[in-house]
Design a protein around this ligand. Structure first.
Ligand code: S3P
Length: 175
């Protein structure tokens, strides 16, 4: 069994970019949960939130995660809120090794300040304060991981290299 590696973490923590790079290095399939969800829904995340609401988005997320059970040789980048439901956290741990990416709030805000595809960041509240609230609310869920990596000031390559060491020590074949 060649376990997947699953990336969790707040918006802007680098899950998709690092995940894509790591998958390439391992020769694994890269799955971006948000991208898969958008493809299956046939509409953007902004539209899903606007037309169906956040709860429906979360249901779609859970359904997709469940459908990935038993996958092998995969790097999975989750959406930032996927860890909030207990059922999802159980699915993630059953699926593979869970790596949580973190970063300081001001760096997350810098990475996200031009993003217009994150419905949870829209609204009146200043970006950095909004991100700080989200990160604080979810800290316990993000902490529920096999490894945590602070990506502040690091390149994608640095983070992927750290993950590769962890993964090859904890898991299956040497790439
Ligand atoms: C969300 C994060 C987003 C996306 C949706 C909700 C969140 O994914 O799933 O906008 O609740 O934090 P990224 O973390 O990939 O931006």
């Amino acid at each position: 069994m060649v376990l997947p590696i699953i990336l969790t973490g707040p918006m802007g923590s680098g899950k998709s970019s690092v995940g894509r790079l790591l998958a390439e290095q391992l020769g694994y399939r890269f799955v971006d949960l948000d991208a898969l969800l958008v493809e299956q829904a046939g509409k953007s995340i902004n539209r899903i939130f606007a037309e169906e609401g956040e709860a429906a988005f979360r249901d779609r997320e859970t359904e997709l995660l469940a459908s990935l059970a038993g996958s092998e040789r995969m790097v999975l980048a989750t959406g930032g809120g996927a860890v909030v439901r207990e059922q999802n956290r159980r699915l993630l741990h059953a699926l593979g090794l869970v790596a949580n990416l973190t970063a300081g709030v001001s760096e997350l805000a810098q990475r996200l300040y031009q993003a217009d595809d994150r419905p949870l960041l829209q609204g009146e509240q200043p970006l950095e304060a909004r991100i700080a609230d989200i990160v604080t609310e979810r800290e316990l869920f993000y902490a529920d991981a096999d490894i945590r990596i602070d990506t502040t000031g690091k390149t994608l390559e640095d983070v992927a290299a750290q993950l590769l060491v962890f993964y090859t020590e904890r898991c299956c074949p040497k790439p």
